[in-house]
Design a protein around this ligand. Sequence first.
Ligand code: LLP
Length: 458
Amino acid sequence: MDHFHYVGGELYCQQVRLSEVAAEFGTPLYVYSRTTLEEHYDRFAQAFAPLDPLICFAAKACSNIEVLRVLVQRGAGIDVVSGGELHRARLAGCPGERIVFAGVGKSDHEVREALTTGTPPSTGGPPGEPIRTFNVESEQEYESIAMAARSLGVRAHAALRVNPSIDLKTHEYLHTAARDAKFGVDMHHARTLLRKFHAEKHLRLTGLHVHLGSLIHDTRPYVQAINECLTLIDELASDGIRIESLDIGGGFGADYVTGEAMPAAEYARAIVPLLEQRVRNGLKIILEPGRSIAANAGVLLTRVMFVKRGPQKKFVIVDAGMNTLVRPALYDAFHFIWPASVSPQHEPVRRQSSPDMPGLETADVVGPICESGDFLAKDRLLPAVGRGELLSVFTSGAYGMAMASRYNSHPLPAEVMIEGSRARLVRRREDYRDLVAHELPETTQIFDGRTAARRSET
Ligand code: LLP
């Protein structure tokens, strides 16, 4: 199971025993394997090497600065969708040339930060450079970014996100290319916008971007979308309009159950032949994988608080809930859960939904949040566990901590990076001071009509 494995019934990440890490840093705790992050990135880079692409890790999957830094040092760029993610990318040392900025609703403030070096270091911001490109999702958005570029006197690049309306077999919330999706523009409208704005001085619209959705265990949607983009590129070329880059987004699967997803090489086998010649003719290819790199590079460690038997069910109540990992509650997602210390007969060799072992019991693994939807697993076969035991929730590196909340006023958990034989705290656990820091009297302010009137006088 990547670099998370059992030795003598004990779960290790690389050379580090996770029960010791949990004892040191507490639970709930996100733990990342540096080696897995690096290997997953390298697999992508090798598989797509014939296209010499820019691989921009989707920061939304796991935005911890140190996770981003590991990937940036490996050669990755970063796909950001907010000023906050841009701030993180710059703190992680990502050169502007390797940052792409997507999202349907970028604010004027975020756009200005991306067009310039961001917040000056004197105000706590990291030193930065203007980004490589905006992935633009509407005509109005294009115009507002172009206006900002004009007023700043800078020249920037944009790619248009197109929506080829492709049917995907994935959870409806993870499907972004449906005909009624809010993302991108349809192919017909795309043609018009690219003709209109491609040569605009301050914001050249010279790229195409397509992201179909997430957890796509099939190469056909990619092939279809890329072919549609290439047709559009050829049509524009016959009008003398040259498209310089094609960003094919992310969405590549990850193994929540061992063997469920295709390796990067298999996606590449279908995609590379479509684009090789185009790359030789000067087309730049960009990829935005998130989950396929981070999901199996992280686990969530949580401790059993109580075991409770109801009339129909057994509940294992743990200290992580929908506030810590929302995927089961939100998407009915499966995460393999297993104790971090087990007897030899219960040592799992792979992530599977119904382990074929003696002496397992069915239970719901639930959190402390006051909602019935607060569960990590339902009707799950598990070895018998008791109070204080440590459980590992696998495949939690993507959309785990990144989607965690403080619901029910639980401070956010800590994050640890395993590097060889050591564990490094890369985000300290929040405490109650953090929880209320923005609500204390000295941070609140009063606004009334008189304040407004005074402002308009000055
Ligand atoms: N590029 C764009 C424009 C995206 O919107 C996304 C993900 C990605 C790249 C990365 O996709 P990936 O390779 O990670 O599938 N919270 C959900 C997943 C939402 C994905 C949103 N966009 C989950 O936990 O399953």
